[in-house]
Ligand binder design. Structure first.
Ligand code: ZN
Length: 204
């Protein structure tokens, strides 16, 4: 399986990092080895001084597909979840400055927290109307609404499947809203989707 990630998919997050709003989705990958079960703590790697949390709506692909149209995209998922795209921001800034790929900053072990999944049917809401939050201990640090995405989930599936076959079990991280920030040992990050707790991760 692969983890497909979208960068700069919320205008307020692009602005906070001083990035332009893209004309087409910014796509990158994380390997399967990046997955951190949400039952385990996250250990800040020794080679970075600035790991940021990015809470994101995660869509689980449930069938094989290629060159999927936006209209047919809803057939390719039925469950959504919440995850964290941990990013070594200091390393990413160096790589961006050199025009290099981001993998060192984005694809490291533990950098993809994957929480629980829930069916859209159980949520009783369309995918364009989902609220999610990230708390550090009791304080809310990020709040997102899927309707604010620059590129909708269906549009993302259409775009990505033009050049990459989607397979059952692939995960699509759909980008983070504003509020990203550094994590520190002792933090406890808790994500909710439509009021349901989807993950809780202790930072060490
Ligand atoms: Zn992200």
């Amino acid at each position: 399986m692969k983890i497909i990630c979208i960068g700069r998919n919320y205008a307020n997050h692009a602005a906070e990092l001083g990035n332009q709003v893209p004309e087409r989705p910014v796509v990158f990958l994380k390997p399967q080895s990046a997955i951190l079960s949400h039952k385990h703590p996250f250990y800040i790697p020794s080679w970075t001084q600035d790991v940021h949390h990015e809470v994101e709506l995660v869509v689980k692909i449930n069938r094989l597909g290629k060159t999927i149209s936006e209209a047919h995209a809803p057939r390719y998922y039925s469950e959504v979840g919440l995850g964290l795209d941990f990013t070594a921001r200091d390393i990413q800034s160096e790589l961006k400055a050199k025009g290099h790929p981001w993998e060192r900053a984005k694809a490291f072990d533990g950098s993809a927290v994957v929480g629980d999944f829930v069916s859209l049917e159980a949520l009783g809401k369309p995918i364009e109307d989902l609220q999610f939050t990230l708390h550090n201990h009791e304080q809310e640090v990020q709040h997102g609404h899927s309707g604010d995405m620059l590129f909708s989930v269906n549009r993302l599936i259409a775009e990505v499947s033009q050049f990459m076959t989607l397979k059952m079990g692939d995960l699509l991280f759909t980008g983070t809203p504003a509020g990203v920030g550094s994590v520190h040992a002792g933090d406890r990050l808790r994500g909710t989707l439509e009021g349901r707790e989807m993950f809780a991760v202790n930072i060490r």
